[in-house]
Design a protein around this ligand. Structure first.
Ligand code: FAD
Length: 304
């Protein structure tokens, strides 16, 4: 197939902060773009997006409406609510089939598919996730009042989190199981931070519609809490990048080079799916930057 016969110059898979920002940049360069989005951004459990200049406190739904509004003025950008289901390459052109049965072709592909969080299998965890069970003090620390629990996989990790939370004036309870033998420096930090160490495994969360009230420990004790920080395990939201042959790093992120190119020529990635930094603002910047490199790549291939 003649490369110029592709329907689109770029197909963006994923229309969250990263994908929509990439679509904006490419739309402003008059590139023909299709953005496919399956409608499940990782922050959909939260009521508001924080630490985001110009849109501080916007709800994830309103953010999505804002993306559509921002892109609506660019006639070369098409947004479609649909999941990319498969990806094949032939004669320099990518063909993407979607869950709804449609198929589209493009010269370049940009994965902005994000991450999905695997929560500890504790009753109540899912209902509280993004509301009172949290993972990022920079996104959701400021609003917090009262007592916060910390339950990550290691004492060092929990203490690092406690150090970050310390300036917020919260009471902090650190859950460990079994009781750890603290090193001298860990014990000093526990004292300095005023952290209460509690031995116990979380068995369930008591909550009202996601508002945490207390945690129940495996031995039957309860601890009143307003918030809980956990170390969530994030995995690729979509298996399509791996099925397309993109290499992952040892942290399960899509491996990219300085130009946002993946290990597969013609496929780029941006946002959470390839970044250790998990902020809306970082994902937006990543989308803008990846789109600029895709534009340059298309300019180069036109010239040769
Ligand atoms: C609970 C929670 C709360 C957060 N709160 C904040 C906050 O307050 N402030 C902040 O700065 N950051 C916050 N973050 C982080 C922030 O939400 C992410 O960094 C940001 O959403 C990443 O943007 P993204 O576009 O890379 O991925 P996402 O926003 O996750 O978007 C990825 C999109 O790709 C789509 N997709 C996946 N696979 C396919 C496919 N095969 N076909 C089509 N579409 C597909 C998904 O449906 C989704 O819409 C939070 C994260 C979580 C988990």
């Amino acid at each position: 197939m003649d490369a110029h016969k592709a329907q689109y110059e770029v197909i963006i898979i994923g229309g969250g902060f990263a994908g929509a920002s990439a679509a904006l940049t490419l739309g402003r360069l008059k590139r023909s773009v299709l953005m496919l989005d399956s409608g499940s951004p990782c922050n959909r459990y939260s009521d508001a997006v924080h630490n985001l200049l110009l849109s501080e406190g916007v709800s994830p739904n309103d953010a999505k409406d804002g993306f559509k509004k921002s892109l609506s003025g660019y006639p070369t950008v098409t947004c479609r609510e649909d999941a990319a289901a498969s990806l094949e390459r032939g004669d320099g052109i990518w063909t993407i089939a979607t869950a709804s049965g449609a198929a589209f072709t493009a010269l370049r592909v940009l994965f902005c598919t994000g991450l999905a969080d695997r929560l500890p299998p504790v009753p109540g965890m899912e209902a509280c996730w993004g509301k009172t069970v949290l993972h990022c003090p920079y996104c959701h620390g400021y609003e917090m009042r009262g007592t916060v629990g910390i339950a990550t996989s290691s004492v060092d990790e929990s203490l690092a989190l406690a150090s970050v939370l310390h300036s917020l004036g919260l009471k902090m309870v650190l859950f460990t199981a079994p009781a750890p033998e603290l090193t001298e420096s860990q014990a000093r930090l526990v004292n300095k931070l005023g952290v209460l160490l509690t031995e116990g495994t979380l068995a369930a969360l008591h909550h009202d519609h996601g508002k945490l009230r207390a945690v129940l420990l495996a031995d039957g004790r309860q601890a009143a809490l307003d918030y809980l920080y956990i170390g969530s395990v994030a995995v690729q939201h979509s298996d399509l990048p791996v099925r397309a042959g993109c290499e992952l790093t040892d942290r399960n992120l899509i491996r990219i080079n300085d130009f946002h190119e993946t290990s597969v020529p013609g496929i780029f990635a941006a946002g959470d799916c390839c970044s250790t930094i998990r902020y809306a603002s970082a994902a937006m910047a990543s989308g803008n930057i990846a789109a600029s490199f895709i534009h340059q790549d298309l300019c180069r291939s036109f010239a040769t």
